[in-house]
Design a protein around this ligand. Sequence first.
Ligand code: MIC
Ligand code: SF4
Length: 650
Amino acid sequence: MAKNTAIQKILRNHIVSGSEVAGEPVAIRIDQTLTQDATGTMAYLELEAMGIDKVKTELSVSYVDHNMMQNGPENRNDHLYLQSVAAAKGVIFSRPGNGICHQVHLERFGIPGKTLLGSDSHTPTNGGIGMMAIGAGGLDVALAMAGQPFRMAYPKIIGVKLTGKLSPWVAAKDIILKMLEILTTKGNVGCMVEYFGPGVKTLTVPQRATITNMGAELGVTCSVFPSDEMTKEFLEKQGRGESWAELKADDDAEYDKLVEIDLSSLKPLAACPSSPDHIKSIAELAGIPVGQVIIGSCTNSSFRDLSIVAAMLRGRKISPDVTLAIAPGSRQVLEMLARNGSLADIIAAGARILETGCGPCIGQGQSPANDTVTLRTFNRNFPGRTGTKGDQAYLVSPEVAAAAALTGRITDPATLGFAYPDVRDADKFLIDDSMMITPPCCGKGIEIIRKKTIGSPPVNQALPDMINGTVVIKVGDKTSTDDIMPAGVHLKHRSNIPEYAKVVFERFNEEGKPTFAQRAMAVRDAGGHGIIVGRDSYGQGSSREHAAICPMYLGVKALIAMAIERIHAANLVNFGIVPFTFADKADYDKIEQGDSLVIEGLRDKLAKKEMPITAVLTKKDGSKAEIKLNYHLSDEDIKIILAGGRLNVK
Ligand code: MIC
Ligand code: SF4
């Protein structure tokens, strides 16, 4: 009998159509969904547009964790909409202040062996509890809430064998940073990661969740840990022992690719500016002056993470050269720290306590000063994500972050001169779900609160047969969705597409010259079509579908890149933008911003799956060339693109 990996077992239990061959399209049943406020408003507007009365999943939760600054009425308007639409559609509403979606979901809802689809790219966090947890655009999550299966390519499975045990001062963060060093952020599209081996049982569920969380930065679809005695213990401590089920790979199960990590050999690491896979050892970086330290985010803000920080800070003061900010991942964590005195230790050391939520991770406050180093326990350090142009953000473990807060420099915590604090996970977690609002069994008649900043999803036209294109922008490698659709201070416009669209590709705008939005609108208003040209790993990072919706709103009809990341490619399809890849990568160099690209008979060619498709390039000097374009689209994708997006498919 064939030996199965844990991932194959979950998939087999959930496949509704397609074949178990890597790369082939499959559709899987989704048991649970989660949304957060920054992507959630659009997802629920889309759900409403589908005319669905009540969600059809086993469980759907709407979290508010990103947009909580409330500078102006927009954020609170969003919250009111989300709370009322959740009640109307049968969704649990997690109120602002209850915590970051992934952390709270792990604590209160994650179930081993089930599938979870979330409108946030770090949804794979719940792989730490043995779920197949996948990030997607809001529209795909809305479709899952409407009871439709999730479509993806059957994955290649990367097996990661963990042996040994972490040494003192080495953390789960260092395991995933090691993975990023080995696999990098590029080239892992279509893969899932499965951890196995004797090292697994040495890691607690929150530690595993740190690893699966930041698996998002590898560009894989999700990462899954087995569900074992450690998982059972975690669920029991959360008062949810009955949710436990065992999940493990068969002995000798085969993986498409194998990585081995000896945990005992790891040392503290950092992801250096400005990519999560720019890995160096802390020993190498030691001595670099640090201006700011922030501990939190869905990667590293569990009770255990913050308890170790508290133990390191206890009775000590932070360096006068550093500001230290701490954002606990959930209200459960914050209240437990408050009750056992750890919070007082953190405050006494000089830390600034932030609200439980995403906060500075998504550029909501705490931007560092110019030309200073910021150390963060987060998962992303894309250029400018902190809100400071030219930022120097390093991603590190809570242990390394606390060490730098004490010394004012990047410091190997082993050299601090005190013993590794003996900090364990709680014996029992504090359970209080009162910040969670359960929907009534029938939501009919509930008024959905729609203040004036709540727009509606823009509708696209069917794909034209001829693309009369102008290259509105040409960008380089690893263009992230933060580059395309900045968050930070603009995050509050997520429910208002015309307003948000003004800042598409803002980072690339040049002073005194027309912005991307102005250039794209000029092309659109003259009857032409916008084209974006990217390089490798285009669209990495966030799941924000606004990185497709806003360009679509500005008249963009196609993207041409060397490689496109999974979630972004799916979002482009959902909003009717054709995701092309260069048949010949050398053609990238031939194209410049402002060039014209004409594709004739596109509808017919796509319908017949003709490939490559020829685009005629006319340069500004009048010279011409032919560019051959490929695409990786299923029949369903093509149907959606021809219709001009998923909302146009009846
Ligand atoms: C992020 O970490 O970039 C975010 C903000 O959580 C995003 C979602 C968003 O843009 O709203 C993500 O990771 O999907
Ligand atoms: Fe929030 Fe940051 Fe996690 Fe995204 S990565 S969900 S912004 S904490």
